[in-house]
Structure formats: C-alpha cells, structure tokens
Design a protein around this ligand. Sequence first.
Ligand code: GLA
Length: 694
Amino acid sequence: MTSSTGHPAPSRRPSVDWPTAGLSFGGDYSPEQWPWETVLEDMELMREAGVNLVTLGVFSWIVHEPRDGTFDFSWLDRVLDLLHEHGIGVDLATPTAAVPMWLHRLHPEILPQDEHGHPLAPGGRLGWCPSSPVFRHFALRIVDRLAAHVAGHPAVRMWHVSNELGGGNARCHCPVSNDRFRAWIAAKYESVDALNTAWGMAFWGNTYSSLEEVTTPSGVTAHNPGQLLDYERFSSDELLEHYRSERATILRHTPRLPVTTNFMVGLGPDVVDYPRWADEMDIVTNDHYTYGPDPRRHQELAFSGDRMRGMSGGGPWMLMEHAAGAASWHPINQPKRPGEMIRHAMAHLARGSNSVMFFQWRASRSGTEQFHSAMLPHAGRDSRIFRDISTLGAHLVALEEVRETVVVDAQVAILHDDEAGWALKSGLKPVNRPSYADTARALHDALFRRAVTADVVPPWSTLTDYRLVVVPGLFLVSDANAAAVRAYVEAGGTVLVTWFSGIVDEVNTVRTGGFPGAFRELLGVSSEEFFPLTSDERVTLDNGWLFTRWSELLRDPDPDAGVEVLASAVDGWVAGSPAITRRTVGAGTAWYLSGDLEDDSLGALVDRILEETGVERVARVSDGVEAVRRASSSASYLFLVNHTDEAAWTDATGVDLLTGAEHEGRVVLAPGGVAVLRETPAQPTPNPPLLESS
Ligand code: GLA
C-alpha cells in the first residue's frame, strides 16, 4: 500500500474510474418533479454553481415503467442528453427505493411486516421486504431494462443502487422472511442442539425441538440476545444479497462503470453492517446529516469521515449526500450557521472524501421533504445558500490537485464494529438504552481536540503500523480479533481498552471468570461487578479524576502480573478498587480504563498516553481548529477548519489554494474560516497508515 516515498497509494481500487475529472460536486436531482422550463433553468444554474455530477433517477421507477411491463425511457433520454450537453455527469440510480403504486396494488405481499405481523402501509419509500422473491423479480426487471437502455451513454458515469438500503425496510417479519431466517439459521448452526447452545435457549425454557420452530424475534416479552444479534446479521445479509443481485444485473450491461449504494454512516451501530459490505462497493459512499442541536456536530462529522476512510481502505470515498442548510426531520430544524456548510464540506474532503454532494439540487415544493434544504433553495438564486454553493463550487475547482491525495498521519486506530453495537442493544443490559459509540466518540473527540488523526476501523484490520489502538466499549469481540490485539501489543504496540469491552463472544454469550473477558489476561485485571452511576453520581479517583455513568469493582491485580495501578477509586460503592491500570506485555503496553472518565480527566489520560507513545499532532493549532493532512508522493496539503467564532491560528507554511495567499510560519484563520495549504516543503508523513483488511 505504500509508495517509495512513504505515502500510501491513492486507492485500493485502482481499476475504478472516478466519475468526474476533478472533485465531484452536485447532488440528488429530481427533474421529474418539475416542468421542462425549470429543468432548462437548472442546467444554467448548475453550470453557474460548478456542478459536475448529479444523482439521477432515485425515485423514478414510475416514470420508467408507468404500468406493469410497459417501459418508457424517453424522459430519461432527454434529461441525460441535456446534462451531457451541459458537461454534467450522472450517478444513475436504480429506482428500487420507490415502489410504483401499481406494484403495491398487484402484489401487496411485498410489503414488509412489523414484529406483530402487520404489513406496513404502501407509499413513502423502501416499502418492500428484502427477502421477497416477488419484489426481487420486478426490481431486477426494471434494473435490467434501465441498464440495457443507458449502456454507452456518455453522461452515465456510475451506478447508485437503490437508496439507503435498509432505511425503513431493514427488519421484516413476514412469512417469507421467517422462512429465509430459518434457512439462514440452519446453514449457520446445522443442528438444533448447536443452536440451543449458542443462544442459551435453556433460559426461560425456550429450548427448540426442531429448527422448524425458529422464528424472527417477535415474542411478547424481551427477546433472546443471541437470536436478536443473529436476526440483525440475517437482515443485513438479505439486503446485501439484494444489492449484489442488482449489481450483477447492471454489470451485464455496463461492466466498467463503478457501482455503489449510499451508506448512512454516523456513530453506529448502522442499520446494516457497512464495514462488512464495503468490499462490495467500487467506491464507498456516504450520506451524512449533522444534528443541529449537537454542539460538537463537526466532531461527529469527523468521526463518520474517519469511519468512511476505514471502510475505503484508506483510499478516497464519496460524500454522496449532506445538507446545504436545515434538515426537516428534527423537532426544530435550524439552518447551518454562516459559513458552516463550507466548513462541513471542507471537513469531509479533509477526511478523505473526493466529492461534495447534497440532497438535493432544487428544493421540492411538495412531498414529504418539502422543507428540506437544497443547493437551490425555495428563495431561488438570490439567496445566501446559493451564493455559498457557488463559492463552494469554485473552491472545489481550486482544490482539484487534492484528488490525487489521501489522508495521512493516522497513528491511532479506534476499533469499531457494528456487530458489537448490535450485541449491546440486543437483550437486557446493566444499563439499558446504552449508546454503543459514546466512549468511542469521547475518545475520538479528545484526539480531535489535539489535532491527532485517528482511523476508525473494524477490529479485523491490520494494526501493525499504528502507535496506539483504542478499544472503546467493544462489547462483542471474537477470539481471533482479541488475539490480534494481543499480538499487536506483544510486538510493541500500545492499546487502551475501556469499560464494557470484550464482554461477550460472537453469539452474544457472556465470557465468564472476570471482566473484561476477552481482554482480561492481556490487561492483567479482572473486574467482578459493574456499578453503573445515575446522572448525578460521580466516583472520585485518588488522582482527582472523576468517573461518570460507570464504575467497576476490580480485584487487586496479581502482584506477579506486573500491573501498575495508576488510579484507584476513593469513594462510591467501589471505593478502594483499582480504576485505571497499565501493564507492560512483551514489547508493548496495555491500559485499562474501568469507568467513564469525564471530559477533562479523559483529556489528561489521552495526553499522557500520546506522550508515552510518541503520537504526533498533525499541526500546532489554537483551540477549535480542525487540522488534517492529505498527501501524494510529492505534495502535502493541510486542511484547516476554524470551528470557533474567534480568529484562530496554526503553525504552517505554504499557499492557501482557496485564496492564493502565501503563509510563512503562521496561518491566521478568520472566525469560522477555512484554508487548504499546499505546504512548502511537502511534509513527510511520520507513520503511514496501513489499512488493508485481512
Ligand atoms: C436521505 C435520503 C434522501 C433524503 C435525505 C434528506 O439521505 O437518501 O433521499 O431523504 O435523506 O432527508
């Protein structure tokens, strides 16, 4: 993966053509909602804004196939030709997110059913059961006709399978899904005894006599954790199978165009298992929407970007959708603050996206999302949003050379796994409604505030080149992945394992003998009992740090195990218990954090570990400045985003590609300002990340 100069190669999928010559810029485009004169105006305004790619046809099934078996692509042809004439490429969607009403009328059995066996109502979108062979037949028929029709059209640059698969239809309990689930279970466990053991069906006397008795989890009381976890896996697999069947149909007609489906990656766990889907995407793409009331929404955005990079093998990924202004599904939908849309766009690019795309180009007047923001708002061209969009379009042209670079400097890996998150929410826990990624986010935030780049990667990733691996609340871990963490430490790495990690195995069964089960021996510690804290409780440690939310009763470590107790609890029910430990293992170090440190204490712990491991900051920055570096073998680019309302600074030298300004030694950023510096000289990357999945 690394070139002779030590920079990572641009992508692990070198055979795929990027859909645009430069960075991609545009959004979802739904001309079927508008008269032709508006479409013609769109062409002019897109050109004015610098749009070079649109996602077309996401909800256009009814246009392509107005009646069962009657196909009409004349509208599509006209739109494709117009876009092509205006130099705009197309990310063409298969329309399977939008079931035509005639299909619902002819085949009501395709509707997903909830856990009470009630079919969902037709309308909206994604109103289909992922396992339905009837739906699959109609879906593949339209995909086949569409792909055959557009093959060779020069505007079509990539394929966008359906839309946000699983966003509404991920879990179905209809009879077909039940049959498929039974078959999936039979293939996995082979015998009823193996299944009874794996799920622990002796509890509550739920033991099966036959695999024929298995159902999707839809009982009247709380469900079995093993069953729930396998149902999540099954549901993800069914949707992946749907994706694969659409992709195979497309590739028969256009074998060279990249195929993807748009993910919804945030903190996780996700609706389907994206890290395990990622290898099936020619370009990994994401839809990302920030939550306005979250004061650290830019850091949540960074977390999602760092996860996307983890799924793209370190290479470029695509931001397929985000919002130009307000969303419309929150209780109150506030617009982005002045400059915030451009800050968000720059932050996505900084973390490895080679595109800035939006939902959507023109704000709809009617329909469910009539108040969702768009690149061209209801107010029209003479508006703050459209002016900012045009500025952004010009920025992307100025940044064109960045397309050949990837993010460098990640010396820290944060392990993150959808299965761990699903396991955590499956069944009853010491704290119910726990949020899987809270600890991961808190640690990522501490690194973010210190301008340290971290890759958020699945636990089966190659860890060798990281100086620090963080294992935050990784509730489920397989023996193999736990062994890989141990091998990494023995070979000289440093790991920080936090509370509620390694608790269950792959079938959601508790690892007994002391927590954190899978990591107990590596850490040389063993905890007996969890003591979650109410929102007004705290546990003080003997160094003055504070635990919130969670504490544990740890046994005194075995004196021969070489465990250093860095802090112990001085109050609360766990008073006297070791709280934070550190152990040398082979050539490396293993830390255990047994409770939820409040922010300042967590920052102090992170400072200490960064110093000890020699992890370097990307740049020296003032508070609130996000700094991320991208590089090729010959050039390096420092992305700087000032998330504060004050002027801020960074130490760096180079030319700002956005303004042409030259900076020597210090860059001063305006309040809320951004800069992208081509650095002179190009900065070497101290420790190139190696993200290949094994
Ligand atoms: C998702 C969908 C879009 C639109 C946006 C905005 O990302 O893919 O079709 O609904 O959300 O809500």
